[in-house]
Design a binder for this molecule. Sequence first.
Ligand SMILES: Nc1nc2c(c(=O)[nH]1)N[C@H]1C(S)=C(S)[C@@H](COP(=O)(O)O)O[C@H]1N2
Ligand SMILES: [Mo]
Length: 892
Amino acid sequence: MATENATATSTSQITREETTQLRRVSADLPPTPPESEHSDAEKGEATKPSDYPLPPDSKAPTEVIEVDKKTPDGWLPRDPRLIRLTGVHPFNVEAPLTDLFNEGFLTSPELFYVRNHGAVPQVQDEEIPDWEFSIEGLVENPITLTLKDLIAGYPQITCPITLVCAGNRRKEQNVVRKTKGFSWGAAGVSTALWTGTMMQELLKVAKPKRGARYVCMEGADKLPNGYYGTSVKLNWAMDPNRGMMLAHKMNGEMLRPDHGKPLRAVIPGQIGGRSVKWLKKLIITDKPSDNWYHIYDNRVLPTSVSPEESANNQAWWMDERYAIFDLSCNSAIAYPAHEEQLCLVGAPEFYRAKGYAYGGGGRRITRVEVTLDKGKTWRLANIDYAEDRYREAAGTELFGGTIDMEWREASFCWCFWNIDIPLAELRDAKDIFVRCMDESMTIQPRDMYWSVLGMMNNPWFRVTISLEKDYLRFEHPTQPALIPGGWMERVKAAGGNLANGYWGEKIGSEDAEGPVEEVAKEIKMTKDGLNTTITIDDLRKHDKEDQPWFVVNGEVYDGTKFLEGHPGGAQSIVSAAGLDATDEFMAIHSETAKAMMPTYHIGSLDEEGKKALSGEDVQPDPSAAPTPTFLDSRNWKKAILHSKTTVSWDTRIFTFKLEHDAQTVGLPTGQHLMIRLRDPVTREAIIRSYTPISETSKPGYMDVLVKIYFDSAERKGGKMSQAMDSLPIGHFVDFKGPIGKFEYLGNGLCSVNGAKRNVKHFVMICGGSGITPIYQVFRAVMQDRQDPTRCTLLDGNRLVEDILVKEELDAFARDNEERCKLLYTLTKAPEEWDGLRGRIAGPLLAEHASKEVLGTEKGEAMVLICGPEALEKACHKALLENGWSDEELLFF
Ligand SMILES: Nc1nc2c(c(=O)[nH]1)N[C@H]1C(S)=C(S)[C@@H](COP(=O)(O)O)O[C@H]1N2
Ligand SMILES: [Mo]
């Protein structure tokens, strides 16, 4: 049986007087206050009205937990009781629900739930006073301020506020049908006393201009898609009733690193995602934030939108109506706890059930109700609004801030409810549910509203009761993270349909359709009967070209046999040697390629090895010395999107800023790099090869030309190019390389898979954006006036305006008439077009690119081809027919 925490602050408990008062309005309850075994801790002295709760005992953790050591947070001590929801890193955790509830109204910082999208910015204590942040954008007086100035120059307040992650209780949704979010239990909620400045005070000084409507906030945490940021409406921020603040203290001490040290926004009544941590900027704008995390996170899309539909149709994410701000009202049962057992022999006559409830937007929870008969009848629970006791303490100084809430009607904190249930009734019940209602009479729904991101889940919270021999056993709906247990899994496993409106129980014919199936089409990549385990040390020994091993999904593969034939060049295998290549492998390879993998499978990495790899591929060490070139063939490197130039309706040049002004990209001519983005919705890695069009010697920046393949009525567009197109400026993108089997070394010398070879004449064939790798080689040849190599370039497109880098190509051709022949062909040429017409295929190639026409001897020329698969196939066939051999052809 779970025990009461005898040290729970007596102030957070309900007073006897209040209890009796509430009981009077509840017809279901017996007239006299019953005794229960839970009531001991509550028998303490009746509290005075002004006895507001003080923080529970707190000890800042001092030891870095072993698993954290390999992560970028390896410097940060944490509480081992916290349950990790997303593996080791980033740190997303909740406390066990019972521990959280037992702490009482206020949560200690070490048990307060954490939601980090990435690594925690490290700020030393001595740097705190000088932490700078700014208020900019549409304001008369832009302000840059240090934390020291903020504390000295503005009134400080202290106020209790509950934060709730929008994903609280998401595990229940994930059991019904997997959402795109990780599995929070019911403890993604915590309360603290926050000390700081009202946001409104700063905004008044900055003076928003006419037209200003939003306050965008940005944190200091660098993430895969830029800095974390979001926005709220300016008129809310200006409204003291909304209580928005910039806090630097939590329960009277400096913010802990996981909670935003040294400064964060606290946005009461709204989902936690709006309370930006490690706050650097407030930007006043006329539009909502275009931050990636604002757009693709914290939304409740219509329930009919499937994960696939949400990935296919960007419009769902752009609709501001689906963005969440105010929390929905919600409640959960803490006692009975999950797997609590209540011995019926000698038990008191009443059992006291307890839990929490919270509302959104400052709305008070006006009732909490409990049912033992699936909603046929409800009984009213007692509610303790500990928050109100701070209102009674008006004007008191606490932790360097004034308690100033007596005038404000809003309720920004959770409240605790309890109800005494006669044991006999509990014994006969199958389950116990709780639901709450707020002051707008909005009530928690009976049924779950499933949505893609699994947010704001708030159906009635159900705990099942089973009578075993002489005790009652209780089960919560789920356990957080991957922890098994809970009635939902049990019911689902038994074939119940959780969405049948009766919590998956058999109620008749309606639920005959059975559980919702999850379809997963996977290609088997392991060898049958192979039982070898491989240690991380063994793996690490094979990190070179002589016998490269690599890991995909925890399985080890030997890439040696593939060094020669691999379409991506030997380098792409060598780059992965000794490493985990899961993301790239899965993103780049076709089902056919995957089906070949069992042949190369040599064993499974042992658990230790898997753990060791899981900490890898994190941000590069920021303290590492800057390198002269940007690319690294073994690690993903980040560059920030600096600007976007629209070249045509479907073509953009993305300019990325490298790590420092003198840095060059480090890409040999003719080679490519990989760009990795996360799918905005599924979070899967999307990886594609590109060749920048900027010169490889350009310092500080690199330009990548991308043709956007938009979705159309007939066809799905390109995942990658559309994701690139929706990237806001200032966001980080991952790069890795170089890759490719071809390199142009200059003066006709090239290298193919490491073998050197002289070329007198290049035939370059490309279509659409296939020009980009070709262009690198073409430019290198043309720029060097001493280079005797000739080029015949055949570039196929639909319309004139589709021809990429045409001006540059034309200029090179004009300046090098004697060794360059430039041929454009169009499939939709205008009348006045004097170039070629039609597709690049047999006839065109026979006329312009046959050996005979070009007059080249065997081995003197080389054909470089890059374009859509159909073009490459057609060319391959035609070229062989025109006297070329495979050794003379190179497909990019
Ligand atoms: N800078 C920054 N602020 C952030 C986040 C983040 O990852 N980075 N996560 C947000 C989310 S989704 C939540 S729920 C809250 C969690 O605050 P906590 O970790 O202090 O509980 O912080 C919000 N603010
Ligand atoms: Mo969140």
